[in-house]
Write a protein that binds this ligand. Structure first.
Ligand code: 5GP
Ligand code: ZN
Length: 139
């Protein structure tokens, strides 16, 4: 299903042009307009899913192997030494376009620095209590 008001539906289905690096029946992979590093790509399913929770399981099963394929091509084609797979769900998590997508961000020796956080601290008791709150809600 497509959403007529969604820009990523239009890009994924070729209605709006994009720098496309890969396309198959389920996905289009494009370059991000505001790249975090050279070659920053977005994997877009052609059907509209708001986020990972709404994603069709068959499409989901194809997404990670595709991420690996794109990352491997980046290493060969762009000379990056690694890549991050980033996927935001919800405004608080940094999602700005509400059509599921995965960022594939090439990482080069020497930078730029990104996708990092400062490790906090938690006791074993706190970890167990928190784990229980998640465990109890898994469907
Ligand atoms: P999010 O923050 O939702 O995880 O990521 C959205 C990404 O889409 C951002 O990195 C942003 O630069 C990119 N983006 C937004 N609009 C467009 C567009 O029209 N074309 C392309 N190629 N990228 C876009
Ligand atoms: Zn969409």
């Amino acid at each position: 299903m497509k959403d007529n008001n969604c820009i990523f539906c239009k890009i994924a289905n070729g209605e709006i042009p994009s720098a496309t690096v890969y396309e198959d029946e389920d996905f289009r992979v494009i370059l991000d307009l505001g790249p975090a590093s050279k070659g920053h790509a977005l994997i877009l399913p052609k059907d509209h899913y708001q986020d990972v929770c709404a994603l069709d399981e068959k499409v989901a099963a194809k997404a990670l192997p595709l991420a690996a394929k794109i990352g491997a091509a980046m290493k060969k084609g762009l000379g990056c030494s690694g890549f991050n797979v980033v996927q935001n769900n919800g405004k608080s998590a940094g999602q700005t376009v509400f059509h599921f997508h995965m960022h594939i961000i090439p990482r080069y020796d020497g930078g730029p620095e990104m996708v990092t956080w400062k490790p906090g601290e938690a006791s074993g008791e706190e970890l167990e209590e928190t784990a229980g709150k998640i465990r109890n809600e898994i469907e």
